[in-house]
Design a protein around this ligand. Sequence first.
Ligand code: NDP
Length: 301
Amino acid sequence: MSARIIDGKSFAATLRDRVGTEVSRLKDSYGVTPGLAVVLVGEDPASQVYVRNKGKQTLEAGMHSVEHRLAAETTEADLLGLIDSLNADPAIHGILVQLPLPGHLNSDLVINAIDPAKDVDGFHISNVGLLGTGQKAMVPCTPLGCILMLRDLHGDLSGMEAVVVGRSNIVGKPMANLLLGESCTVTIAHSRTRDLAETCRRADILVAAVGRPEMIPGDWVKPGATVIDVGINRIAAPEKGQNDDGSAKTRLVGDVDFASASAVAGAITPVPGGVGPMTIACLLANTVTAACRIHGLPEPE
Ligand code: NDP
């Protein structure tokens, strides 16, 4: 058996088109242009790439995009001051502070300073609490992307056995909450889980959000299961040769061993091209949702 490959790229393209249509509706019917502000502190190269892509895709969707690039040594007071001004700015409906922040800044304090209505990453404790209690929340983008793909694939998820490997605040926990909201029977596994292989084998839906390259082999996957691989890990790829500076070329892999898992699973997301592209598309969708809620306008479906 060979799994159906879930094409996150084309799924994300469809979602971005829908967002673009919604943006036009908001502009034409209500004179509202959704605006997203992204704040980057420091020089982390991966974060710089993410922020650049976010800005580009925001503009392509017809939205207002603002980037604030601050020096690594920015003080907490200055960062909080910027967030206050973005909270008060009527042209801004979404505020995203790119994580991780440099060590001298308290991420919890900074994230919780964002107006929850503009918290398009869904990390503010108000939104975490709303999601956890099944109320209308801003939902973190990566788990939201996963759930949209799962709904598209299965329709009704109720009663399905879901196992989420990883319990981070940005992926594992909100993912588990969303699956619970879909009436799945949810298990959250982590580094202290006793028999991870056996736990994974129970899953009709297996979500891997660990950050360990290819740690989940095919024989941990229940035949026919849907595997959502959130992991993004860069590993050396000597088979691709060397860079000009003599260093080994690299490639991206997920937390799941794609070759063996795709022989067993019913459907699987590849890395790259699975969950990753959906994350920014969901950020754009969340910004539109925030703009609608802030202006009291009908929300997209
Ligand atoms: P974290 O490091 O915050 O969390 C990792 C989780 O995995 C922890 O809960 C940890 O358990 C668990 N874990 C670690 N080792 C093991 C193990 N051997 N067995 C079982 N569980 C283990 O990572 P994130 O949640 O932030 O990210 C996870 C992955 O997803 C990363 O590869 C990241 O790059 C990727 N990612 C991808 C995104 C996308 O857009 N596609 C967005 C965000 C993240 P414990 O709590 O016990 O330590």
